[in-house]
Design a protein around this ligand. Structure first.
Ligand SMILES: [Zn+2]
Length: 122
């Protein structure tokens, strides 16, 4: 059995609560899901938004490392933890592409945190 989307007619797997194509709820009483904050069109992966999320993740997770390296101020390195914000948000997405990018960004953040810790303790 498939769940056919009322809005776009896409045939979804019967365990899907939201349309895989347009994000419309397939079950009565569910509110439309906001898939991506910067994305005007639901569930269509916006390449610019993906790139922006990479820039945000790299900036947030690595700036702590670079700033602490330059200023020799170890406390700045803790700033790096903000780098987890974007990947943490993305991995919770129902969209497999966004989850994949979330995992990649999680890796980028982990490297940034590792570098910051290296600076903090050396
Ligand atoms: Zn749909």
């Amino acid at each position: 059995m498939t769940r056919i989307c009322k809005k776009c007619g896409f045939e979804n797997q019967d365990d899907y609560d939201y349309c895989a194509k347009c994000g419309t709820p397939l079950v009565e009483g569910l509110r439309p899901k906001q898939v991506y904050v910067y994305n005007a069109q639901p569930l269509q992966v916006n390449k610019k938004a993906i790139i922006a999320s990479y820039i945000a993740t790299i900036f947030l997770s690595w700036s702590g490392f670079f700033v602490s390296l330059i200023t020799k101020n170890n406390l700045v390195a803790t700033f790096t933890f903000f780098g987890f914000f974007m990947p943490f948000f993305l991995v919770q997405s129902r969209h497999p592409t966004l989850r994949k990018h979330g995992l990649i960004q999680m890796g980028i953040s982990l490297v940034g945190v590792a570098l910051s810790f290296y600076v903090m303790f050396h």
